[in-house]
Design a binder for this molecule. Structure first.
Ligand code: SF4
Length: 365
């Protein structure tokens, strides 16, 4: 049975549920709404779950309590505070955006979604989230959670990730907005909460769903079919070789150029594979073990073979690149590090450093 959603009823039911069961105590939900906090949280929440974001958000607010403080910082400091949250282009755009708002708008956020969407790092959905939550604009959001909810509500047949699905769902999101702009903050929060708490990717809680009566997938008993999965494509595998030179007190790292896959972040010695002897694992002095780390990018997967080289002096092995700098463990962990480097370093904390008893077998991290 196909159920026609009547937008006002849909929005009313959703908001009534949010008032009773939604999230009201997140650290960026202060009253009156603060555009700086809402913007910061929205950028952090892109591709990242609330439970991860809360601690980062609180650290950021403590160090940068307002836009002016953020715009006056250095990019390195912003990247350091972002370290571990991944997707560093968000941190760079955040910093660039703070500077633009400070210089072009005298430190005041523009109030319309259209103008917000012209700023660095703010796409249409993020712009709508800020404009609707802070300024009460009737602007529709369409982040990943909302896409999933709407795809199920409407049994959208277009595959996930396609432009066609995007178009259909934007129209649907706009159609369902409440008429009254005053309720926009609660409506936006409500549809976010529905995706995060009830209509989750796996095991959606349809029995507790406030809009189950509007949901075509539920009415047809086909919730597991939506959203329609995109055709699987196998990503190519690339390999890279790193050497982590460390001693009891610290580690050597090099800052990457400002372009490339990890711009301006800190990596260990990246070994040119052409320069590797065939039996490199056995010939490198001080080798403790080789750890394999996998990391996925949008277009390929990366297999990192990381050789752990424990040094007995501050002298680096022959062939080490000039850019390597030594940091003590505490300072190293504060640098902006790509996720796989952060994982390797957390394993190498001084307490966990093993005695030098020769090469061990490779293993996966
Ligand atoms: Fe999602 Fe189920 Fe609610 Fe439909 S009924 S919106 S599938 S939770």
């Amino acid at each position: 049975m196909v159920v026609n959603a009547r937008p006002p009823v849909f929005a009313d039911q959703l908001m009534a549920w949010q008032r009773m069961h939604g999230r009201h105590d997140l650290p960026w939900q202060i009253k009156p709404a603060d555009p700086y906090r809402v913007w910061l949280s929205e950028i952090m929440l892109q591709q990242t779950q609330v439970t991860t974001v809360v601690a980062y958000f609180e650290r950021f607010i403590e160090r940068f309590p307002n836009l002016h403080a953020l715009a006056s910082a250095s990019e390195q400091e912003v990247l350091s505070l972002w370290s571990g949250l991944g997707y560093y282009h968000r941190a760079r755009n955040l910093f660039a955006c703070a500077k633009v708002i400070t210089s072009r708008y005298a430190g005041r956020f523009p109030e319309s979604a259209q103008e917000l969407a012209t700023l660095p790092g703010i796409g249409p959905s993020t712009a709508a989230a800020i404009a609707s939550t802070v300024f009460g604009e009737r602007a529709a959001i369409l982040d990943g959670n909302v896409k999933r909810v709407l795809a199920r509500l409407t049994c959208a047949s277009q595959p996930w990730g396609s432009k066609a699905l995007e178009q259909v769902l934007w129209a649907e999101a706009i159609k369902r907005l409440p008429k009254d702009s005053e309720v926009m903050p609660i409506y936006t929060q409500a549809i976010m909460d529905l995706g995060a708490l009830i209509c989750r990717p796996k095991n959606p809680q349809c029995g507790r769903c406030p809009v189950a009566g509007h949901c075509q997938a539920f009415q047809r008993g086909q919730v597991d079919r939506y959203p329609v999965a995109r055709a699987q494509r196998s990503l190519p595998l690339r390999k890279t070789y790193w050497a982590l030179c460390f001693d009891t007190d610290g580690i050597w790292l090099a800052q990457q150029p400002s372009s490339g896959i990890w711009p301006s972040l800190w990596l260990p010695w990246v070994i040119n594979p052409d320069a590797l002897p065939r039996d490199w694992k056995l010939t490198v002095q001080g080798l403790q073990e080789v750890i394999e780390v996998r990391h996925s990018f949008t277009h390929y997967r990366l297999l990192i073979s990381a050789a752990m080289l424990r040094l007995n002096s501050h002298a680096l092995p022959p062939g080490a690149p000039k850019g390597l700098q030594r940091f003590n463990w505490k300072d190293a962990m504060r640098l902006p590090l790509p996720a796989p480097v952060a994982r390797l370093l957390s394993r190498l904390c001084p307490a966990a450093i093993k005695t030098d008893d020769g090469p061990r077998k490779s293993r996966r991290l």
